[in-house]
Design a binder for this molecule. Structure first.
Ligand SMILES: [Zn+2]
Length: 141
């Protein structure tokens, strides 16, 4: 996989933080934004969208991925995730939940870089293989 230029990563981090401002989280009050870089060079953003019927809500990461897929992009280079208490500027550690890891697995590979806010003012990267080892994916069927 071609390395992503530092400036592009910074752009993704900023886009994730910006998308976080659109979060609809009246129940958890934990606002998350995600920015997904498509192979086509486009950046797809998403935020968490909660629901009074809790399971009907969706995470920021899946919002971004589903937006991209619905617009015809199915291959991705990286994702950045920014999360923290609603209304606060500071970001906390925000790794993707298990469902989002599985959805990433559907459209990416083991080397897919997942950048997430580390709770120390920066972002940290783990590969999808680190976040979802021994995963079940399209090639398992
Ligand atoms: Zn999730």
């Amino acid at each position: 996989m071609k390395p992503i230029p530092e400036e592009k990563l910074k752009q993704l981090e900023r886009a994730a933080a910006e998308a976080r401002k659109k979060s609809y989280a009246p129940y958890s009050h934990f606002a998350v934004g995600a920015a997904l870089l498509g192979e086509n060079g486009m950046v797809y953003t998403g935020c968490n969208i909660e629901n009074a019927s809790y399971p009907a809500g969706i995470c920021a990461e899946r919002t971004a991925i589903f937006k991209a897929v619905s617009e015809g992009c199915r291959r991705f280079r990286a994702i950045a995730i920014a999360g923290g208490p609603e209304g606060a500027d500071c970001l906390t550690l925000c790794t993707p939940c298990g469902i989002c890891r599985q959805v990433m697995r559907e459209f990416t590979g083991p080397d897919f870089p997942v950048w997430f806010s580390d709770g120390n003012g920066g972002f940290r990267m783990m590969t999808l293989a680190q976040l979802l080892p021994e995963s079940f994916g399209p090639d398992s069927l």
